[in-house]
Design a protein around this ligand. Structure first.
Ligand code: FAD
Ligand code: NAD
Length: 455
C-alpha cells in the first residue's frame, strides 16, 4: 500500500491548486480523479456554457442591429457543430494544462480512478489501496434528476453540450441558473424554448422585481416561461417527448423534441465510503465543515460544492485559499470572511453580492436602498441596452453596504466595485464621493448613492 502525506480526491476548482501547493511545500501528495481533469467547471459547467453564451451573443447581435444601422442581408447560419468544436478546444486546452501541471510538479502523483474510503486513513482506487495522514475531498456534485423524468431520454447540462443539431423545441425543467443560461442561448440559436418552473418566480433566491424583469426579458425574446408548473412529468411519444404539467383535471401537454432537466444539483458524497472515514453529512448529503473547512474527522477537509458552503467556481477556489492559509500562510482565512457573490450569465447578466431586499427584510435589518434603472444611464442608452436596474443596500446604523443586485449590460464586471468596498468594510460614502469615468454604467454608482431611500 503506497503511503502519502496528503491525498486529494477530485480535480475540481480547489483540488489542483491545493495539490500543487502541498507538493511544493514538500508533502508527498496524490490527487485522484475518476473523470476528466478539471471537474464540472472546465468540462460541463462554466467554460463550455460561457463559450456557448458568447456564440449566442454574436447571433443576437447579428440579427438585432438594424436600429444601430447594421443590416444583415441574407440568412444567418448557426452551426452548432462549429460552436461545439470551439468549446471542445477550450476544454481540451484546460485539461491539457492541468495534466502538464500534474506531470511537471515534483512530489505530486495523479491517480486515475474512483476513490472510496475503506477506513479513516485508507482509500481504494480500482484494486490499489493508498494511505495518507491528511485527506482533502473536492468531489463536487452532479445533476439532481427527479423520478418523474427517469423514463425519458432527458438531457442534462452534460449531454446538452454534446448536441450537434439545434433542438426544435427544447423544454427546460427548472428556472434556475442552468435553465436560464441554456434557455436563452438555445433560443438565440433558433430553438423554440419553454421553461417550466414549479415555483412562483424564476431564480428563487432573487427579489421578485428582479425575477419578474428577467422573466419579461426572456418572454420578449420568445421564450415561453411557465411558472407554478406543478406535477411535471414526461413520457416518450411517437413524435418525441410529451411533457405534462399541472395537476389532475387541469393537465397541460407540451410536445418537446428535447427535455433539459435543470432542477438543481446533489453532492457526490453518497458512494465515497464517508461513514467509514468518520465524516458527517447533513440531511442533503453535503459534508459538514467548520470555519476552516475541516470535517468531523480532524484529518479530513472538504472543499468546493460538496461542503454545501458555496456552489461556484470562485467559492471552491476560495475554499482552497482558506485551507492553504491554515497550512502554509501567516494570514489565516476563514469561511466566515466570505461574502456571497455570483452572476447569472444571461443577457443582460444578473450580478449579486451580499444581501438583497428579501434577505434584509427577512433578517429585520434597518436599511436604505439606492436604485437606478438602466434606462436612466447614458451609456446603456447609447448601447441600446437599457433593460434592468441597479440596487445597492446600505445598513442604516453603520453606513456599510449590505449587498447589491445589478441586472444590466456589463453588470458581471462592475459589481466588483461594490464587492471590493464590502471587503474593505468601507462606508457607502466612499463610492458616493468617488469620480467614475464617463460614459460608463459605473459612472452612475456614485450618483445613485446620493439619495438612498428607506427600505
Ligand atoms: C452548467 C453549469 C454552469 C456553471 N457555470 C458557472 C459559472 O459560470 N460560474 C461559476 O462560478 N460556477 C458555475 N458553475 C458551478 C461550478 O461549475 C462549480 O461550482 C465548480 O465546478 C466547483 O466545483 P468543485 O471544485 O466543487 O468540484 P467539481 O468541479 O465538480 O469537480 C469534482 C471532481 O471530483 C471528481 N470525483 C468525484 N467523486 C470522485 C471520486 N470518488 N473519486 C475520484 N474523483 C471523484 C469528479 O469527477 C470531478 O472531476 C456551473 C455549473 C454548471 C453545472
Ligand atoms: N452562472 C453561474 O454561476 C452558474 C450557472 C449555472 C449553474 N450554476 C451552478 O449550478 C447549480 C445548479 O443550477 P440549477 O439551475 O440546476 O439549480 P437551481 O437550484 O439554481 O434551480 C433549480 C430550479 O428548478 C426548480 N425545480 C426543482 N424541481 C423541479 C421540478 N420537479 N419541476 C420544475 N421545477 C423544478 C427549482 O424550483 C429551482 O428554481 C447552481 O446552484 C449554481 O451553483 C452556476
Amino acid at each position: 500500500m503506497e503511503k502519502f502525506d496528503a491525498i486529494i480526491i477530485g480535480t475540481g476548482q480547489a483540488g489542483p491548486a491545493l495539490a500543487a501547493s502541498l507538493a511544493k511545500n514538500g508533502f508527498k501528495t496524490a490527487i485522484i480523479e475518476k473523470g476528466h481533469l478539471g471537474g464540472t467547471c472546465v468540462n460541463v459547467g462554466c467554460t463550455p456554457t460561457k463559450a456557448y453564451v458568447a456564440s449566442a451573443r454574436r447571433v443576437f447581435a447579428a440579427g438585432n442591429s438594424e436600429e444601430h444601422g447594421v443590416i444583415l442581408e441574407g440568412n444567418l447560419k448557426i452551426d452548432l457543430k462549429r460552436i461545439k468544436q470551439r468549446k471542445d478546444k477550450l476544454i481540451q486546452d484546460s485539461r491539457s494544462g492541468l495534466e502538464k501541471m500534474f506531470a511537471d510538479t515534483e512530489n505530486l502523483t495523479l491517480i486515475r480512478g474512483k476513490a472510496t474510503f475503506l477506513d479513516q486513513h485508507t482509500v481504494q482506487v480500482k484494486n490499489e489501496k493508498y494511505t495518507a495522514a491528511k485527506f482533502y475531498i473536492n468531489v463536487g456534485g452532479r445533476p439532481r434528476i427527479p423520478e418523474d423524468f427517469k423514463a425519458i431520454d432527458y438531457l442534462t447540462n452534460e449531454s446538452i453540450l454534446e448536441l450537434e443539431d439545434i433542438p426544435e423545441h427544447l423544454v427546460i425543467i427548472g428556472g434556475g441558473y442552468i435553465g436560464l443560461e441554456f434557455g436563452q442561448m438555445f433560443r438565440r440559436f433558433g430553438s423554440k424554448v419553454t421553461i417550466l418552473e414549479k415555483g412562483d418566480q424564476l431564480l428563487k433566491k432573487e427579489d421578485d422585481d428582479i425575477a419578474q424583469e428577467i422573466a419579461e426579458i426572456l418572454k420578449d425574446s420568445g421564450i415561453d416561461v411557465k411558472l407554478n408548473s406543478d406535477c411535471i412529468s414526461a413520457e416518450k411519444s411517437d413524435t418525441g417527448i410529451s411533457v405534462n404539467y399541472n395537476c389532475e383535471g387541469n393537465i397541460e401537454k407540451i410536445k418537446a423534441s428535447h427535455v433539459l432537466v435543470a432542477t438543481g444539483r446533489i453532492p457526490n458524497t453518497d458512494d465515497l465510503g464517508l461513514d467509514k472515514a468518520g465524516v458527517k453529512l447533513d440531511k442533503a448529503g453535503f459534508i459538514v465543515v467548520n470555519n476552516e473547512l475541516q470535517t468531523s474527522a480532524a484529518h479530513i477537509w472538504a472543499l468546493g460544492d460538496c461542503n454545501g458552503e458555496g456552489a461556484f467556481t470562485h467559492t471552491a477556489y476560495n475554499d482552497f485559499q482558506i485551507v492553504n492559509s491554515h497550512l502554509f500562510e501567516e494570514r489565516k482565512r476563514y469561511l466566515s470572511d466570505r461574502f456571497t457573490c455570483y452572476a447569472a450569465f444571461i443577457d443582460p447578466p444578473l450580478a449579486r453580492v451580499g444581501l438583497n431586499e428579501t434577505d434584509i427584510k427577512k433578517q429585520g435589518l434597518k436599511a436604505k436602498v439606492a436604485i437606478r434603472p438602466m434606462s436612466k444611464i447614458a451609456r446603456a442608452k447609447e448601447k441600446g441596452e437599457t433593460a434592468g436596474k441597479l440596487k445597492i443596500f446600505i445598513e442604516n446604523e453603520t453606513n456599510k453596504i449590505l449587498g447589491a443586485t445589478f441586472l444590466g449590460a456589463g453588470a458581471d464586471e462592475y459589481i466588483h466595485t461594490v464587492i471590493d468596498q464590502m471587503y474593505a468594510g468601507a462606508s457607502y460614502e466612499v463610492i458616493r464621493d468617488a469620480i467614475h469615468i464617463h460614459p460608463t454604467v459605473s459612472e452612475l454608482l456614485p450618483t445613485m448613492l446620493e439619495n438612498p431611500k428607506e427600505l
